[in-house]
Design a protein around this ligand. Structure first.
Ligand SMILES: Cc1cc2nc3c(=O)[nH]c(=O)nc-3n(C[C@H](O)[C@H](O)[C@H](O)COP(=O)(O)OP(=O)(O)OC[C@H]3O[C@@H](n4cnc5c(N)ncnc54)[C@H](O)[C@@H]3O)c2cc1C
Length: 408
């Protein structure tokens, strides 16, 4: 089908980044459309993240799209660490001005954003896959595999790490920082009520195990597994036995139930800098990938959208190219802060290969981090700020967001 669409901002990708931007622009009165390669049903079925930073919820409050979240999300004030048969509770809210953390599945965030955008007249072109973004004399256009062409003043590439926006960037002019991690997770969703009322991180000689709430009936688990293992190496009984062993604590019982999702997760981190070229801007996973440790990916994606919305509004008012360039420059410090935190948490909780030459030394560093988290108020506050997330717009646009009234 050949279809010509004209708009101010073409947004590729109806994930958390693209839909947050769409709602912000729509509420500002800026014309935009969203394209996604999947159907509405497929988009709403994609279960991934679940930890929402405080600033992410404030952003949804401001958009007026958080009523269901506040009714249904679990509010968390701390997490538990289990190491060497001992356990301690990191009371991160207490350490960071009382701010909480929320557990609300990514697909519900996406549903609320999609409903908000469409019910206010926004257009999403479903099953419309972008093939490439072309920029000719500041006039970008998105060409799609079905013949659709979207002409826009700005293209926001929020189509993930394998999308067309990223592939259309001139990589000779952009730096990319990549790290392949030595750990691998078997990540699971089980129809089992949570066994604790908070996230539990366990470090055991067999490897890391994580217990994360998703809803009153569903729990996500992560298990560190050898690098060459496949899903077939992990039948359900082996998984439950390993979770019981690694998460063990006197008097505590693991709730078990049918496992309905089981995936191997290799971990890679990436940041591209700058996250923009000409009139093409990358957001979310299209611009950076972070390990799932600490649950930052969706939060960064939505913070990118908030910053891009601000940059576009400033540019519309001033016509000054520096206001556009500020998008990437303003986002990079926050993205590296999250990368540093995710990396530190990953190494705080994983078991190193016993044969590796520096395994014993690294394990000692790990114990020092855990010790400091427990006994140093300064270390714990920094941990809490990173875990809960810094304020929206940190470090450059905090005032701009603080002044905007939140939707009651
Ligand atoms: C197992 C797991 C657990 C995670 N846990 C957490 C967590 O607890 N907290 C957290 O914050 N993050 C977590 N993350 C990361 C988080 O899910 C991602 O960072 C987040 O989805 C990024 O949002 P996005 O909008 O950038 O991209 P996506 O959510 O990937 O959305 C991109 C959209 O673009 C569409 N698209 C792709 N290519 C094209 C194309 N060519 N044309 C048109 N459309 C296209 C896709 O269909 C998709 O809808 C987790 C990830 C995984 C895998």
């Amino acid at each position: 089908m050949v279809r010509e669409v004209r708009t101010t901002v073409a947004i590729i990708g109806a994930g958390p980044a693209g839909l947050t931007l769409a709602n912000l622009l729509q509420q500002r009165g800026t014309d935009c459309v969203v394209l996604d390669k999947f159907s509405r049903k497929q988009i709403l079925e994609r279960a991934r993240a679940g930890l929402l930073e405080n600033r992410t919820v404030e952003l949804l409050d401001r958009l007026g799209l958080s009523a269901r979240l506040h009714a249904e999300a679990a509010v968390h004030h701390g997490c538990e660490f289990r190491v060497d048969g001992e356990s301690f509770f990191a009371d991160y809210s207490k350490m960071y001005d009382g701010k909480p953390h929320f557990v609300y599945p990514q697909q519900e965030v996406v549903a609320d954003l999609l409903d908000g955008f469409e019910s206010s007249g926004g257009t999403v072109y479903y099953e419309t896959q972008a093939a490439k973004v072309l920029q000719v004399a500041d006039q970008p256009r998105v060409e799609c595999t079905d013949g659709t062409v979207v002409h826009a003043e700005i293209v926001a590439g929020a189509d993930g790490q394998y999308g067309a926006a990223r592939a259309s960037m001139p990589w000779d002019d952009i730096d990319e920082y990549v790290m392949q991690h030595e750990f691998r997770w078997l990540t699971l969703l089980a129809e089992a009520p949570p066994s604790s009322d908070c996230t539990v991180y366990a470090q055991h000689p067999n490897g890391f195990a994580g217990h994360l709430l998703r809803s009153s009936t569903v729990t996500r688990f992560h298990l560190q597994v050898p690098f060459d293992d496949t899903v077939e190496d992990w039948p359900d009984e082996r998984i439950w036995s390993e979770l019981r062993t690694r998460l063990a604590k006197p008097g505590w019982t693991l709730n078990e139930g049918p496992i309905f999702s089981k995936n191997m997760l290799e971990m890679q981190s990436k940041v591209c800098d700058p996250m923009q070229h000409g009139r093409l801007f990358l957001l979310g996973d299209a611009a950076h990938i972070i390990t799932p440790s600490g649950g930052k990916g969706m939060n960064l994606a939505m913070a990118d959208a908030a910053e891009l919305d601000l940059a576009l509004a400033r540019f519309a008012a001033s016509g000054d190219e520096n206001d556009l360039a500020a998008y990437s420059a303003h986002r990079i410090p926050d993205i590296w802060k999250a990368q540093e935190f995710s990396h530190a948490l990953l190494h705080m909780m994983h078991t190193y290969e016993p044969g590796s030459p520096d395994a014993a030394f690294r394990q000692k560093l790990q114990r020092s981090r855990l010790w400091q988290l427990r006994h140093s108020a300064a270390y714990a506050r920094n941990f809490a700020e990173s875990y809960i997330g810094p304020p929206l717009g940190w470090p450059y646009s905090v005032d701009a967001y603080a002044k905007a009234p939140a939707t009651p």
